[in-house]
Design a protein around this ligand. Structure first.
Ligand code: C5P
Length: 220
């Protein structure tokens, strides 16, 4: 059973638009569980690549998924996905090879289908574990994963700003190429849901973005 005032927030947006960092601030301020669905796709991509399976090897992907058992670990307000008991570190999840291939893996319908129920089950998990709600970030959260979310936001920023954010984090990332693949795939493309609030974060600090969202939520 989900409590009456339990809050579900969908936070979508392109690569390096500041979704996860913003979600972490919201999670702290509002006692929410934070689910980073990008990390789910990155985990799958890393393990498949490690097994020499590439996005074009459709049959091998489908077979491998049958042997993947999803689990979870809680770290503060973050829930982290494990596959067959393995939790990957940030260096692996954000490696250049994963950045290069993740969008092609995430366009495979079976990969999306494999993760969907797990992602949706996080609402119940958050409710049962004492959180006042959940904030989930990704590309299709407001449109497909949690279409009934209480609040939906879509973060945008100009490519130059996003490239410099990634460079500051020390990562190499083909941001525009990923966005293009993510928004043009057939299954659950990246989209700003029709009832989402669009926020351009190009000239805002993280705190300003979070405060803007908090003001909308708290004044609702
Ligand atoms: O958010 P992040 O940049 O870590 O996501 C990595 C990739 O995972 C995206 O480029 C996209 O291909 C995929 N993804 C997705 N749907 C989501 C979240 C991420 O397709 N809900």
């Amino acid at each position: 059973m989900v409590k009456k005032n339990f809050m579900v927030i969908a936070l979508d947006g392109g690569a390096a638009s500041g979704k996860s960092s913003t979600a972490k601030i919201l999670a702290k301020q509002l006692n929410l569980l934070h689910v980073d669905t990008g990390a789910h796709y990155r985990t799958i991509a890393f393990i498949l690549l490690k097994n020499d399976i590439y996005p074009s090897n459709h049959e091998l992907i489908v077979n491998k998924l049958k042997n993947f058992k999803i689990g979870s670990m809680i770290e503060g307000r973050d829930i982290l996905m494990t596959i067959n008991g393995v939790l990957l570190g940030q260096d692996d999840l954000r490696s250049p090879l994963v950045n290069q291939n993740v969008s092609s893996f995430s366009a495979v319908p079976e990969v999306r289908h494999f993760l969907l129920e797990y992602q949706r089950s996080q609402v119940e998990f958050a409710a049962k574990n004492g959180f006042d709600g959940l904030v989930m970030d990704g590309r299709d959260i407001g449109s497909i994963v949690l279409p009934k979310a209480n609040f939906k936001f879509f973060l945008e920023a100009d490519p130059a700003t996003r490239y410099s954010r990634r460079a500051l984090q020390g990562h190499q990332d083909a941001i525009v190429a990923r966005d293009q693949l993510d928004s043009s795939r057939t299954t659950a493309p990246m989209v700003c849901a029709s009832d989402a609030v669009r926020i351009d974060t190009s000239h805002l600090t993280l705190e300003e973005v979070a405060n803007h969202i908090l003001a909308i939520i708290l004044n609702y």
